[in-house]
Each structure stands twice: as C-alpha cells, then as structure tokens.
Design a binder for this molecule. Structure first.
Ligand SMILES: C[S@@+](CC[C@H](N)C(=O)[O-])C[C@H]1O[C@@H](n2cnc3c(N)ncnc32)[C@H](O)[C@@H]1O
Length: 347
C-alpha cells in the first residue's frame, strides 16, 4: 500500500507541475485516502497493488472516472469538471469523486483495465524541429513510422500551424494552431527548404484509437485532465484534421512491428522512427530490443536510404533527441515539457 500512496503523491506533483491543479488536488486526496485505509479507494485498487509502475495506475483511475463524467454517468462530479462544463472546485469535486469511487466499483474495475493513452497533439511542436531538420538536410520525402502512435495525431504533424513570434510554419487554415509552445521568438530552422513531402504515415499501438469515430473521441477526451480546456480544444481540432488526413495505426507490439518495417531499407526516402512519451510504458527488455533493432537497421542505412530516430521522452538535459544513420550522429535538439510546451531549442 505504501508504494501506491507514493505513486499517487508523485502523480499529484506531476499534475500540479503540468498545469492541472484539479487533478493534483484529487490525487493528493486519493493518496491520503489510501493511507488511511478507511476509504473506498483501497478496495478498488487492491487487485492492482502489483501492477507495474509503467502502467500508471493513478492515471488509469483518473481516466476511468473521467469517462463516467463525460458519459453523463457521474453528474455530481461533472458539475466540478470543467471538461463537462463544471466549475473546477477541487474541494467539492473530491466529495463527488469519492462517491463515484464508492458507487461505481464494477464499472471502475473494468475501466482500470484500460491502458493509459494520453494523446497530446502539442508534442508535435517539440518534434517539429527534428522533422524540419531532416527534410532540409536530405531533401527527400519523409517516411514516418511512429511507435505508440495511439490515435496517430503526431503522424499528421505537417498539417498543423506553428507560430513563434514572427516565425510561422504549416497550413494557415489548420484548425490546430500551436502558438504558445516555443520559449524563443525565433526558431533555428529554415522554412525555405519546405514544403515537406510525406511518403508514408504509419504507426503501431497495442490499442489504436480511431480519432474519427465518436467512441474514439470520447475515449481520447477521458485521458485529458479534466481542468485543461485548452488541451481538450486542441484534441477536438486534431480529431477534425484526422477526419481529412489518413494515417494508418497498426495494432501491434512496437518491437515486432519495428523489426518488420525496418527489415528492408527504403531508398529515396528518409525513414524516421519517432516516439513521444511511449518508452516509459515499455518494459526495459522491450526498450532494449527497440534500441537493438534501430542500431542494426542503422548499419544498413545509406545516404540514399537514411534512417533517423526522433524522440520526446523523459530524461535530463535535452529530451528531444535526434539520432541519425549512417552518420551515427546524436543531436540533443530541444528541452520540452512532456506535453509538448516550453520548447527551448538547443541547436
Ligand atoms: C502516452 S501514449 C502516447 C501517444 C502518442 N505518442 C502521443 O504522444 O500523443 C502511449 C501509447 O503507447 C502505447 N504503447 C504502450 N506499450 C506499447 C507497445 N509495447 N507497443 C506499441 N504501443 C505501445 C499505448 O497503447 C499508448 O497509446
């Protein structure tokens, strides 16, 4: 139980830090409830005591409860969830939240089995520099292969509008506009080398979400923190882009899928394997296999069939990193929040 309490406290701090005071406060109260062993949460989470930390139990719980509120099955809680038109009052929300936990145990037991699939279209802002750098350097169409693509929003990164000060990139009419994501008013990328041609948009996920369906969009909304209305608005805009730009997300485990996709070089294109906030959900063994597959494919990369790995993952220092083959370069491109904001270029 102590490790669950610590995990919930830690997640509360992350939520506060990433701009969700409502979830920060609710998760703190969850931690206190678990510690007291008197509330209904302990019984609900008892079967999950040994779940691996990377399965993010606290976020699975928040999403399962949010789904009930979004579906109209927790109206008292919805009154305090801004995503449902509520007031964001954390104290009042906790009373309603704990009532939901007590009253909806069978539904929540099922909801907890759903993996975390937080899609954040803003992460495209953090990856943008890598894509533009590769397009400018090689002048070839980009073959996009995304690990843990979920709904595939990042596979459509070139269909969004970006702005930093006077600098802009992307279709001006895009419903997705990422304009508060860059710490600097100028960006170290040359937009004259563009537009960018995309040869393929393909990803894999253990549980792909169809962003073009109603059920898919409710599911996607459930993973957004309920007081973050700007993220919800961006998500809705990204769903509308998804309805007009096709991207395939295969239901597959990342290592096997990647091995198949990289089995043969792809001459005339730049193959970009990318991932954003995915590695923490893979076991250490899976991560090692992914590294090995890329290293092996890198040995066969040529100037006519270059290979790149672009990632946004938790790590100290630059956490937007570009690896390139055949040159073997590794470039720390930027430091960015894991939701894609505060992008500070390091190049
Ligand atoms: C936090 S989401 C990130 C989604 C997307 N990259 C984004 O930034 O919007 C992590 C995704 O990784 C997927 N995932 C976890 N383990 C996986 C695996 N072994 N193979 C493929 N996908 C996996 C999950 O299903 C989930 O959709």
């Amino acid at each position: 139980m102590e490790s669950l309490v610590s995990a919930f406290k830690l997640q509360a701090q992350w939520c506060y830090g990433l701009g969700s005071p409502l979830y920060g406060a609710l998760l703190e109260r969850c931690a206190a409830d678990l510690r007291s062993r008197r509330g209904p949460l302990g019984a609900l989470l008892a079967p999950h005591g040994d779940d691996p930390p990377e399965s993010a139990l606290a976020l699975r719980l928040m999403a399962a409860v949010h789904r009930l509120a979004l579906a109209g099955e927790a109206p008292a809680l919805a009154r305090h969830y801004p995503s449902c038109g509520g007031d964001g009052d954390a104290i009042a929300a906790w009373a309603a939240f704990s009532n939901v936990i007590a009253a909806e145990q069978p539904m929540l037991h099922r909801g907890l089995l759903e993996p975390v699939q937080t899609n954040e279209v803003s992460r495209a802002a953090a990856l943008l520099g890598g894509f533009l750098m590769l397009a400018a350097r090689f002048g070839r169409p980009l073959r996009l292969l995304e690990l843990g693509a979920s709904a595939g929003f990042l596979l459509r990164w070139d269909k969004y509008r970006y702005r930093a000060g006077e600098w802009t990139w992307g279709p001006p009419s895009s419903p997705v506009c990422l304009d508060e994501h860059f710490a600097d008013a100028t960006l170290p990328f040359n937009s004259e080398a563009l537009p960018v041609a995309i040869a393929e948009r393909r990803g894999c996920d253990l549980a792909p979400i169809d962003a073009t369906s109603e059920a898919g969009s409710v599911r996607l909304r459930s993973f957004v923190w309920a007081d973050q209305r700007d993220r919800l608005a961006r998500l809705d805009a990204a769903c509308s882009v998804a309805r007009s730009v096709a991207a395939t997300v295969d239901r597959a485990d990342a290592p096997a899928w990647l091995a198949e996709k990289l089995a043969e070089p792809s001459p005339g294109t730049v193959t970009i394997v990318f991932h954003a906030v995915v590695m923490q959900y893979l076991s250490k063994n899976c991560q090692t296999i992914v590294d090995a597959i890329l290293a092996r494919a890198g040995e066969h990369a040529t100037s006519d069939a270059p290979l790149a790995r672009l990632s946004l993952e938790p790590r100290s220092g630059p956490n937007v990193v570009l690896q390139l083959w055949p040159s073997g370069e590794e470039i720390g491109l930027a430091r960015a929040s894991l939701h894609g904001g505060d992008v500070t270029w390091q190049v």
